[in-house]
Design a protein around this ligand. Structure first.
Ligand SMILES: Nc1ncnc2c1ncn2[C@@H]1O[C@H](COP(=O)(O)OS(=O)(=O)O)[C@@H](OP(=O)(O)O)[C@H]1O
Ligand SMILES: Nc1ncnc2c1ncn2[C@@H]1O[C@H](COP(=O)(O)OP(=O)(O)O)[C@@H](O)[C@H]1O
Length: 206
């Protein structure tokens, strides 16, 4: 990760697994503590810049690449980006890992049975009636991430616990490194300006 880039937390999981709900909660917590943050939700992005894109493999790939492009622009300004999109294929996530600065894969784990029981938007019922083709988990694949950076379980753990797990991961893996980089930069600046040498000279006098 480039030192000036923000993290891109990419929430991947089945429809109804809790990607949006969790991303919204993380968004609220980051806002509270004054971190610059943006949320790119799959549905909203499709409505804004994905018109004409369906759910074939190639359209989904195109959709993910467009979101990745925006995520990179934002993270380049030090913004933490939260993306909530099914991102069902390994191929997509391999692409993201190699093209998105600060990529953090967050697998939102929830069984198909539970997602279907939730059926937040009534889409599973429609998919079962074959009214929606290529529906993820029913008539199209969801390839479970093999090595996500983080897994959150929305079936067994609460929204609050999962949000805290994500914030703790950021604290440990990203913000500590950030603080270290800033400290090193300050130290290097001091060295360059001669401040370091001056301090050394004062020490020698004493
Ligand atoms: N065929 C099919 N398969 C899966 N999902 C479908 C489909 N048709 C419509 N929807 C609705 O579109 C949302 C998924 O869009 P994404 O952009 O996240 O999908 S993808 O990453 O490009 O695969 C998804 O939103 P979420 O429920 O928030 O995941 C669905 O509401
Ligand atoms: N622990 C949990 N974490 C997140 N969502 C949960 C949890 N338990 C129940 N839910 C519910 O599951 C649904 C998830 O919907 P949503 O966030 O829109 O999913 P997705 O964005 O993955 O399609 C919401 O109705 C939410 O209230």
């Amino acid at each position: 990760m480039e030192s000036s880039s923000g993290s891109v937390l990419w929430f991947t999981g089945l429809s109804g697994s809790g990607k949006t709900t969790t991303a919204q909660q993380v968004y609220a917590r980051l806002k509270e503590i004054g971190r610059p943050v943006e949320l790119l939700d799959g549905d909203a992005v499709r409505a804004a810049i994905g018109r004409g894109l369906g759910f074939s493999r190639s359209d989904r790939l195109e959709n993910i690449q467009r979101i990745a492009y925006i995520a990179n622009l934002l993270s380049g300004h030090g913004i933490t980006v939260l993306v909530s999109a099914i991102t069902p294929y390994k191929e997509m996530r391999d692409y993201l890992r190699s093209h998105v600065n600060g990529y953090v894969e967050v697998y939102v784990s929830c069984s198909l049975e539970q997602c279907e029981a939730r059926d937040v938007k009534g889409l599973y019922a429609k998919a079962r009636r074959q009214e929606i083709p290529q529906f993820t988990g029913i008539s199209d694949a969801y390839e479970i991430p093999e090595q996500p950076d983080l897994t959150i379980d929305t079936e067994k753990r609460s929204l609050e616990a999962n949000t805290e797990q994500i914030l703790e991961w950021l604290r440990r893996n990203r913000w500590k490194a950030e603080a270290w980089t800033v400290q090193s930069a300050i130290a290097a600046g001091r060295e360059q300006s001669g401040e370091g040498k001056a301090i050394e000279e004062v020490r020698n006098i004493r």
